[in-house]
Design a protein around this ligand. Structure first.
Ligand code: FEO
Length: 392
């Protein structure tokens, strides 16, 4: 699909909407496809920002030729070298032999790793924090953004139209013009792709407080031109690991329904106690990436899973592992286990949670023996009550 909505007459979208993409990074489901954004700045000197994923290169070059209408680009700005944005570099150098790459020194060092048959000698201009690239009436100012999401990342600010080319920051899953609420797929993108690097995101946000920004143009999803403070505030919340919603995610995995029932009773108890925001997610059915995003969203988490081969049932183990590697922290959690003859999952889930930073475990830990009975139902109620007490 061709992106046709341009930022302005001189800053045009030449990226590709891939409505048929099914997985991002070969692991994250894409129910609404994916966009790979590239922009064209038409001026006395013409610049292209970034490229697209490998299977979109032909469409990208077609988009470029259409918008260039016979003009020749001088610069290819590379904000980020991950292949979803850089796969078209060799094709661009071939299609526009005179074009010069403009990128960070770190990216320059990485380029041959991805393109070992391309001769980059004399074709790369490196830029660093604060450097500018005059294009005519437009001027790009470069801002280093290491580890948002890779070490070579930079963003750039176009001074005349006040456009921030924000790389992965402010990106989301889905084709750029998919009519959703932005926040759900942006949250899922943020915590699964960039979530581990909160301090680096905060550092970038601090640098962006000075220039007045009218448009944020990310590498994925729509460009943003209104209510920008709303997006920035969400990013500040996410990057500082503060909960976005005061409430409870009850995340469960269940083999034959016994644990599912306990999780449902937990959610029902919480709602009956007046907790307004309670989400219930079945880890065997939902995508792990959505469960991770929701865990970061809520202030409280209850995990419920059976014991399996003397360990944690795999869907729950996978969930907790993902929380660990994404830097889950600063939350309150409760644990419910199931085990028909030797329940051990609870202790092991608790250990995984305790290995994360600043996780407060709320008692009691609930043990279900196959199915809820009066004793375990009472324990679920007591855990719900303890969680309710910790909610402000
Ligand atoms: Fe969209 Fe880090 O690449």
């Amino acid at each position: 699909m061709i992106m046709t909505l341009h930022i302005s007459s001189s800053i045009r979208c030449v990226g590709v909407n891939d409505a048929h993409a099914t997985l991002f990074e070969s692991q994250y489901p894409l129910p609404h496809g994916m966009s790979y954004n590239s922009y064209l700045i038409l001026d006395e000197h013409i610049a292209i920002t970034d490229t697209v994923d490998a299977h979109c290169i032909d469409q990208w070059l077609t988009n470029l030729d259409r918008e260039l209408d016979g003009r020749r680009p001088e610069y290819l700005i590379l904000h980020h070298l991950e292949p979803d944005h850089s796969a078209g570099i060799a094709a661009a150098l071939q299609h526009y032999p005179e074009i010069k790459i403009v990128t960070s020194a770190t990216a320059q060092r990485m380029l041959p790793q991805f393109f070992d048959t391309v001769d980059f000698d004399g074709r790369v201009k490196t830029v660093a924090e604060g450097d500018t690239l005059p294009l005519g009436t437009h001027t790009l100012q470069f801002i280093a953004a290491p580890m948002v999401h890779w070490p070579e990342v930079m963003v750039s600010y176009e001074q005349s139209e006040k456009v921030l080319f924000s790389a992965d920051a402010f990106g989301k899953f889905g084709i750029a013009d998919y009519p959703d609420n932005w926040v759900d797929e942006a949250r899922r993108y943020y915590f699964n792709i960039v979530g581990k690097y909160g301090p680096q995101v905060i550092s970038l946000l601090n640098k962006l407080e000075q220039p007045k920004i009218d448009v944020i143009a990310p590498l994925h999803g729509p460009w943003l031109n209104s209510n920008l403070q709303k997006y920035v505030e969400l990013y500040k919340t996410w990057a500082s690991y503060r909960p976005e919603t005061n409430g409870v995610l009850v995340a469960y995995a269940s083999i034959y329904g016994g644990t599912a029932r306990a999780a449902q009773i937990m959610a029902r108890n919480l709602r009956a106690m007046g907790v307004e925001n309670v989400a219930l997610m079945d880890l065997c059915v939902c995508s792990q990436s959505e469960a991770v995003a929701q865990a970061f969203r809520y202030s409280h988490l209850v995990v419920a899973a059976p014991t399996y081969d003397a360990g944690i049932y795999p869907a729950m183990h996978d969930f907790l592992y993902h929380l660990q590697i994404k830097g889950y922290k600063n939350r309150t959690a409760g644990v419910m286990e199931n085990g028909s003859w030797a329940p051990t999952a609870g202790r092991q889930m608790m250990k995984m949670l305790e290995e994360m930073k600043n996780i407060t475990i709320v008692e009691p830990m609930v043990t279900v023996r196959s199915r809820l009975n009066d004793q375990s139902t009472e324990a679920v109620l007591r855990l719900a009550s303890s969680i309710k007490e910790t909610l402000s």
